[in-house]
Design a protein around this ligand. Structure first.
Ligand SMILES: Cc1ncc(COP(=O)(O)O)c(C=O)c1O
Length: 435
């Protein structure tokens, strides 16, 4: 059963899938990627594919290291010294921020630490952190350790807003948890398992009215869902660049800090957050950069950052609004196809765990099944790459820069054939180490 049923009909033919591809205004971007020969890749929400543009920028960075060595910090094109700020300005339009409010630095969890260490200021009875029961585990581990650092007790001071259905979080429940005792709130923009998109402007308005700093983990929304952080007054946010941004495994992530917090002393300072023009004065008195750059800590990992420049070129050429439109159309097509071809009824019994309203949906579709681990592996054996999240979710992520409608049609056919043939039942049960 889908969480919100739909009624509109859909043409389930292969010809229709091909026609949708023929009419796709973003189809030309597919050739810019290293596709996996003979395979359908639906795991771009875990690790995006390599583009020729990202590859070229990485090779260029290596060339510049070879030819310039230490002089690359100022002499490379663009200079490595300001790469975080320069790329931050290119990521800023994806989250609706002014250029200086975003910096490319660190990684998801490290950036979470850098920001929460700044904005969590427990005092008196105000020491609770609000997060959700469906958060990615790393976020929760980091919050628990932050509370311990402040001498608190995670059992008492961390409130995880429960889910009513095991898939989604109700914004009303989050708002009800925002009492006087709350010192900070951290929420996922898009939930990693179900793909639910939270109502960010509504939550930001509530927390602002109550004086609670609110941050978002945007690992599953950056590059897939446009945000308007400046307009909504979000306090801070962070993300990685290896999922929808296609910048490679462990690529440098990013963070956002709203202008009203610029000048706040970072909780985890390092010399890379120093005012750039004076960083090499090497004095011990802190003078932070004026904007989000102040939350950088260390020398950037240039080779893990360079691919992002190439990748962002594709995002700017395609436009985040057009990418979102295609992403929504593709997840909707996939869900309707599953329903219209009978796969959400016995004997197939797949369930759609992602909210159906576009404004509540991120970039992937969560397809649930009791046999999900084995079905995911059977898909992989057929050359279709999904991913699996325990206990019962197959995540299918159409990446609008390179996924075709026909690939989605083929995936639904494969799901039917797997259940019809029982081929998944011949695989060993259980999940893989990296699922
Ligand atoms: C929602 C979310 N938050 C945090 C993380 C942790 O990311 P990292 O290993 O880059 O710190 C991930 C990783 O996939 C994630 O999906």
């Amino acid at each position: 059963m889908s969480t919100e049923s739909i009624t509109a009909t859909i043409n389930t033919s292969e010809a229709e899938a091909l026609a949708l591809d023929a009419a796709d205004p973003l189809a030309r971007f597919r050739d810019r990627f290293h596709l996996l020969p003979g395979r359908i890749y639906l795991d771009g929400n875990s690790l995006g594919l390599l583009s020729h543009d990202a590859e070229a920028e990485t090779l260029r960075a290596l060339e510049q290291w070879k030819s310039l060595a230490i002089d690359g910090w100022l002499g490379a094109d663009p200079p490595w010294f300001t790469v975080g700020e320069e790329l931050g300005a290119l990521v800023a339009p994806l989250v609706g921020a002014e250029p200086e409010a975003v910096v490319v630095t660190g990684s998801t969890t490290v950036n979470q630490h850098a920001l929460t260490a700044t904005f969590y200021r427990p005092h008196g009875a105000r020491r609770t952190i609000v997060a959700t029961a469906l958060d990615f585990p790393s976020d929760v581990y980091a919050l628990q350790s932050l509370i311990r650092l402040h001498g608190g007790d995670p059992q008492r001071d961390l409130v995880l807003v429960p889910s009513r259905d095991g898939r989604t979080i109700e914004e009303d429940d989050v708002i009800a948890a925002l009492g006087d005792q709350v010192a900070l709130a951290l929420l996922p923009a898009v939930l990693y398992r179900s793909g639910q998109l939270l109502d960010i402007p509504r939550l930001a308005a509530k927390t602002q009215a109550r004086g609670i700093p609110l941050g978002f983990d945007c690992a599953h929304s950056i590059g897939a869902v446009p945000h308007r952080f400046d307009e909504w007054g979000v306090d801070w946010a962070f993300w990685c660049s290896y999922k929808y941004l296609n910048a490679g495994p462990g690529a440098t992530g990013g963070l956002y800090v709203n202008r009203r917090h610029w000048g706040t002393a970072p909780g985890l300072a390092g010399w890379w957050g120093y005012e750039k023009s004076r960083q090499f004065d090497m004095v011990h008195a802190w003078q932070g950069a004026t904007a989000a750059g102040a939350w950088q800590i260390s020398t950037p990992a240039l080779l893990a950052t360079a691919p992002l420049r190439g990748s962002l070129r594709l995002f700017h050429a395609a436009g985040i609004a057009a990418l979102r439109a295609k992403s929504l159309a593709q997840t909707d097509y996939l869900a309707r196809l599953l329903e219209a071809t009978g796969l959400t009824a016995p004997p197939y019994s797949f369930a759609i765990g992602t909210p159906r309203r576009p404004e509540r949906r991120g970039g992937h579709l969560a397809v649930e099944h009791d046999e999900a681990p084995r079905i995911a592996r059977a898909l992989k054996a057929r050359g279709i790459v999904p991913d699996f999240r325990a206990p019962n979710v197959i995540r299918l992520a159409p990446a609008p820069l390179y996924t075709t409608y026909h690939e989605l049609w083929e995936t639904v056919e494969a799901l039917r054939e797997i259940i019809d043939s029982g081929e998944h039942l011949r695989l060993t049960a259980g999940r893989e180490l990296v699922a």
